[in-house]
Design a protein around this ligand. Structure first.
Ligand code: NAD
Ligand code: TDX
Length: 373
């Protein structure tokens, strides 16, 4: 079996569902269930006797040690993290605690567990750490994409905490020989993403007639990776990746934020014309003028402090060495994602509790939501 941490979050839950469907071996999911973790994401696995859920904190060493000794995993796949850049700007403490101290604790317990394994289990053990392109910093418009040898230059508290965890993972291999692999991926999108991140936030807001906030001039560029492609890359890296190596995983789909939200609006115009949408009681018409296109909800707002301009990933190493490819085109992946959110508005309602409304107030209240694009 494998131990997945943070498996009740966006990528982790997609990974577990994919894993059970494709690999078939048992999974233990250790998750603290922060605001971002939702066991309902794994409802499809709940009755599967290959799936075990354990509520717990990767920062709780004693508990992590007990779980490792009890379940004897052949691998740890570490997704657990605080993952939202804006939250890291408002409150970096949790980021240092989980992403740095938590990963350190997990590494220490994994090292103790692995040191006591006998061959061949000892040689077969893997610690796979899931990280991000943000550790490499920000690119200019003509710079080449990040490679695995680009030096680290994290700019937000979130990115710095992920960079710190990557360094610890690297050091545990270099110093203790722990068989680690690190993957650094670009912006994921797809089902079950918490609607604080750009794509689900834009879909949900636009579908409900609320402003779609775009930071700054809207020309920051992200590389978009469909979550299913990311999960396939992590699976491959776990099974075939070389110990001690890092692999970049990217979607080969660089878009400005304005392009992303305009594409979402165009899909919504087609799937849910506004005349139909306004019959939904939760739809609120923004502003006084009647709107005919979702794109009129797009609103430029005050920028994110320290906002990285551009990320781009060079994923040729994982393509060459492990035969991975991003299969989903952005246009088709985005359309699937919009469909998924429209079909799962009850899921959106269930994860956006009072605490979510507090967050929206904290992050967007002083961003002057009036300046339409
Ligand atoms: P997410 O915020 O949706 O989920 C994180 C999960 O971790 C939640 O289920 C949460 O309950 C759990 N968790 C948080 N603190 C924990 C702790 N101390 N102990 C145990 N569980 C804890 O995040 P995500 O978007 O699924 O990201 C997963 C991983 O991928 C993260 O490490 C993130 O840095 C990385 N990543 C994400 C993206 C992206 O676009 N979402 C891109 C690159 C890298
Ligand atoms: O309301 C918004 N308006 C807006 O313009 C939000 C929430 C975001 N943005 C911009 C900021 C970014 O340029 O959209 C872009 C994407 O923002 P996020 O969805 O918050 O993602 P990002 O900051 O790029 O980080 C993501 O990718 C790397 C994940 O959240 C990280 O976990 C991952 O490591």
């Amino acid at each position: 079996m494998i131990l997945v941490t943070g498996g009740a979050g966006f990528i982790g839950s997609n990974f577990i569902l994919d894993w059970l469907a494709t690999k078939g071996t048992p999974v233990v999911n250790l998750d603290k269930l922060t605001y971002a973790g939702n066991p309902a994401n794994l409802a499809a696995a709940a009755k599967d006797d290959r799936y075990v859920f354990v509520k717990g904190d990767i920062g709780d060493r004693e508990f992590v040690g007990k779980i490792l000794r009890e379940h004897k995993p052949r691998a740890v796949v570490n997704f657990a993290a605080e993952s939202h850049v804006d939250r890291s700007i408002h409150g970096p403490d949790a980021f240092v605690q989980t992403n740095v101290v938590g990963t350190f604790n997990l590494l220490e317990e994994a090292r103790a567990y692995w040191s006591n394994l006998k061959e061949p289990e000892r040689s077969d053990f893997r610690f796979l750490h899931v990280s991000t392109d943000e550790v490499y910093g920000s690119l200019g418009s003509n710079d080449p994409a990040f490679t695995e040898t680009t030096s680290y230059s994290p700019n937000s508290p979130y990115a710095a905490s992920k960079a710190a965890s990557d360094h610890l993972v690297r050091a545990y291999h270099h110093t203790y020989g722990l068989p680690v692999i690190t993957t650094n991926c670009s912006n994921n999108y797809g089902p079950f993403q918490f609607p604080e991140k750009l794509i689900p936030l834009a879909i949900v807001n636009a579908a409900r007639g609320k402003p779609v906030p775009v930071y700054g001039d809207g020309l920051n560029v992200r590389d978009w990776l469909y979550v299913g492609d990311h999960c396939a890359g992590v699976r491959l890296a776990l099974n075939k990746g070389r110990v001690g190596e890092t692999y970049n995983i990217g979607g080969n789909a660089e878009k400005t934020n304005l392009e992303v939200v305009q594409s979402i609006c165009a899909i919504l115009d087609e799937l849910r014309p506004l005349e139909a949408a306004i019959h939904d009681s939760r739809f609120t018409i923004h502003g006084s003028k009647p709107i005919t296109r979702h794109s009129s909800l797009v609103t430029l707002v005050k920028d994110r402090p320290g906002h990285d301009r551009r990320y781009a990933m060079d994923a040729r190493k994982i393509e060459r060495e492990l035969g991975w490819r991003a299969r989903e085109r952005f246009e088709t992946g985005l359309r699937k994602t919009v469909h998924w959110y429209l079909d799962h508005m009850d899921w959106v309602d269930s994860v956006t509790s009072g605490a979510y409304r507090d967050w929206v107030e904290l992050n967007y209240a002083d961003r002057e939501m009036g300046n339409r694009k």
